[in-house]
Design a protein around this ligand. Structure first.
Ligand SMILES: NC(=O)c1ccc[n+]([C@@H]2O[C@H](COP(=O)([O-])OP(=O)(O)OC[C@H]3O[C@@H](n4cnc5c(N)ncnc54)[C@H](O)[C@@H]3O)[C@@H](O)[C@H]2O)c1
Length: 248
């Protein structure tokens, strides 16, 4: 690792927004550790190839962010191997949509586990080390659904509102230790996650965007990279909306 090389941890980095974040954050000489929970490693291998093409050392690993032991081991391994952790991006997330009155307890709990409890495990593990090194930036993926609600997403919206509250609390607790904690709240971003939504509903959602187009993963990644940069050195506890004007 070069002297300037930074170390970035990204959950859910195999594809979609997570992959774009890894690519936007890391420069040549940096190291990226990402995880995923895809059925196979094909997307993860592609991400590793893209990072290596950019001169970035990349380590991808498959594990579930709801497994606290695995999360702790992953963060510890990165810190012990590299001697620092500059950024943690809590990006892994899932949807299991359904109307409130039909939603099963499992459907509600699983989304809370991955999207909120997983963020807690990763944030706690990284925060302990960042507090000691006295620097670091943590950015979590919230959502417009966590800000204004969304029919069919009681579980998802609750998890993302939880991420916002967790972000603000962590920001207050870690501010004096040189660690900044922020969130981004994307609107409608074209990835595998929204491709499962019926075409007609996708068109209706796009029609609600003042900027007249869906967001791309890079639109989110660039804001995350800003939040992790020195340009955002006085920014903490914030939730930056990236939604083409869907909510103002
Ligand atoms: N796409 C959107 O419109 C949108 C909008 C707002 C917020 N978000 C949020 O952005 C984040 C990324 O979304 P995306 O659209 O890129 O999703 P995606 O489905 O394309 O990718 C999700 C990533 O998370 C990983 N993942 C899923 N469950 C996991 C688990 N239990 N443990 C570890 N990794 C797991 C997947 O393997 C994959 O790498 C999510 O938190 C999502 O809620 C997305």
């Amino acid at each position: 690792m070069s002297e300037q090389g930074k170390v970035h941890l990204v959950t859910g980095g195999s594809r979609g927004i997570g992959r774009s974040i890894a690519l936007a954050l890391a420069s040549a000489g940096d190291v990226v550790y990402f995880n995923h929970y895809d059925p196979d490693d094909s997307a993860a291998d592609e991400t590793i190839g893209l990072l290596e093409d950019a001169g970035v050392e990349a380590f991808g690993q498959k594990f579930d962010v709801t497994d606290a032991g695995q999360v702790q081991a992953w963060v510890k391994e990165a810190f012990e191997a590299q001697g620092r952790i500059d950024n943690l991006i809590n990006n892994a997330g899932i949807t299991m949509d359904g109307l409130l009155v039909r939603m099963s307890p499992e459907q509600f709990n699983q989304v809370i586990q991955v999207n909120l409890v997983g963020v807690f495990y990763c944030t706690q593990a990284a925060a302990k080390l960042m507090m000691k090194q006295r620097f670091g930036s943590i950015v979590s993926l919230a959502s417009i659904a966590g800000q204004i609600g969304n029919p069919g997403q009681a579980n998802y919206a609750a998890s993302k509102a939880g991420v916002i509250a967790l972000t603000k609390t962590a920001a207050k607790e870690l501010a004096t230790r040189g660690v900044r904690v922020n969130a981004v709240a994307p609107g409608f971003i074209e990835t595998d996650m929204v491709n499962t939504i019926p075409e007609k509903l996708q068109e209706a959602m796009k029609a609600m965007i003042p900027m007249g187009r869906a967001g791309q993963p890079e639109d989110v990644a660039d804001v995350v990279a800003f939040l992790c940069s020195d340009a955002a050195r006085y920014v903490t506890g914030q939730v930056i909306a990236i939604n083409g004007g869907m909510m103002m």
